[in-house]
Design a binder for this molecule. Sequence first.
Ligand SMILES: [Zn+2]
Length: 149
Amino acid sequence: MRVEEYLMPSADKRQLAAKRILPAKTTWQFILKRADNGCEWREDGQNCLLQENSIDPVGGGRVKLTPDHKQPHSIDPNADLRDPEQWQALCGRHQIIKKNYWNTMTGKLNVYAIIQSSTREEKLIAFKFLLDYFGYILQEDGQIERSTN
Ligand SMILES: [Zn+2]
């Protein structure tokens, strides 16, 4: 199953998600200034900071910053187009990451997509967490057993 199919199972929802609002022009200029013309995506305590028109070392291609409304529109349909705090500048790669990892229909993280795209090491951590949560343990020989306590 592809992520897009997982996020948007019906044509109705796709139409809803396609409605795109943008901040006022002066607000967007303010945001770019605040962002120092860099992507404001924050992960692991670090900002992406990719600059407009630079080359994305991970995704390739030229960086084009676009406005992202922090709250999903479905949750906050009355976005203030003049409040820069409600918006952030994101590079193309992080727009895609946010779209895939953040379900705009429910306003919740798309946990499935996050785990799917994470490293094997991170998947193993999540796997062990789930085993523990459901009362199982992974033995050193790879067997899964019900935990005794
Ligand atoms: Zn970025």
